[in-house]
Design a protein around this ligand. Structure first.
Ligand code: NAD
Length: 262
């Protein structure tokens, strides 16, 4: 018996086996949820299909979250296949490469619009469709980063997108709570993934986090998956509108110091 026995999850954002969404999928499967996947573009099919097949997942749908039609069509297919769902995971983000790094003041209007459309706004229509398929309540979660709250070098427009995402989570939590639907943010420390590779200086973010975070370790996809399984489960039944940090305690620090500094 698993923590999520009898529950069904829909996970957006698997690009490959390093994706946080894949770590979450594996944890949900381990806890006996049925899982459907959605991925962004045809170019990802050669990575996503074999993963799904290996894991015994037979619902795998392409959906570009900038399209309301594609989001609606994906949820129509979810309704056909599963009838209802209990868990929605939004692990989707994008910003044009030129918007990451450089001076913050150079963020372009187009880059800002695209980053916030994909990384923040998309949660709203996804949650709306998901809520229609959650007659027994449910758990919705999105992935954020501490740059939503505090300035991080080079994260630029993505930090603004994450701040918007976290506030969207709070508004959705208030809106959907009366239907028994919880909405939360998972905020992991840095993890080497495809999206992370687009952030200049990401390696130094990793080594700095490992040196100074209270737990002195890096976070893995599996760690995020385990936290997601908890939030998806009835053990988290009164937790909504929250940001859950999975960062070895990095977010509690003011001045970050290494052993040598102390
Ligand atoms: P990833 O590249 O594996 O996942 C990002 C996903 O977003 C990909 O599957 C990509 O296809 C999808 N995506 C981009 N544009 C899309 C679109 N238009 N429609 C549908 N999907 C689209 O990288 P990841 O690090 O696993 O990212 C997952 C989430 O975790 C993101 O929200 C990211 O910001 C967040 N996050 C990552 C880290 C980290 O260090 N890797 C830390 C904190 C939060």
């Amino acid at each position: 018996m698993g923590l999520l026995d009898g529950k069904t999850a829909l996970v957006f954002g698997v690009a490959n086996n390093r994706s946080i969404a894949w770590g979450i999928t594996q944890a949900l499967l381990r806890e006996k949820a049925a899982v459907g996947l959605s991925y962004a573009t045809e170019t990802l099919e050669k990575r996503v299909f074999p993963l799904a097949q290996e894991a015994g997942i037979d619902f795998v749908e392409k959906c570009d979250v900038t399209s309301d039609e594609q989001i609606a069509a994906t949820f129509d297919k979810v309704r056909e296949q599963f009838g209802k769902i209990d868990i929605l995971v939004h692990a989707v983000a994008f910003a044009p490469g030129e918007e990451l790094g450089g001076r913050f003041r150079d963020v372009s209007r187009e880059g800002f619009k695209l980053a916030l459309d994909i990384s923040s706004y998309s949660l709203i229509p996804m949650a709306k469709h998901a809520a229609d398929l959650m007659p027994d309540g449910g758990s919705i979660m999105a992935l954020s980063y501490y740059a939503a709250e505090k300035v991080m070098p080079r994260y630029n427009v993505m930090a603004i997108a994450k701040a918007a995402l976290e506030n969207i989570v709070r508004y959705l939590a208030a809106d959907l709570g009366p239907q028994g639907i919880r909405v939360n943010t998972l905020s992991p420390g840095p993890i080497k993934t495809l999206a992370a590779a687009g952030i200049p200086g990401f390696r130094s973010m990793l080594s700095h986090s490992e040196k100074v975070a209270p737990m002195r370790t890096l976070v893995s996809q599996e760690d995020v998956g385990n936290a997601a399984a908890f939030l998806a489960s009835d053990w988290a039944k009164h937790i909504t509108g929250e940001t859950l940090f999975i960062d070895g305690g990095y977010n509690v620090l003011g001045l970050t110091a290494t052993e040598e500094d102390l």
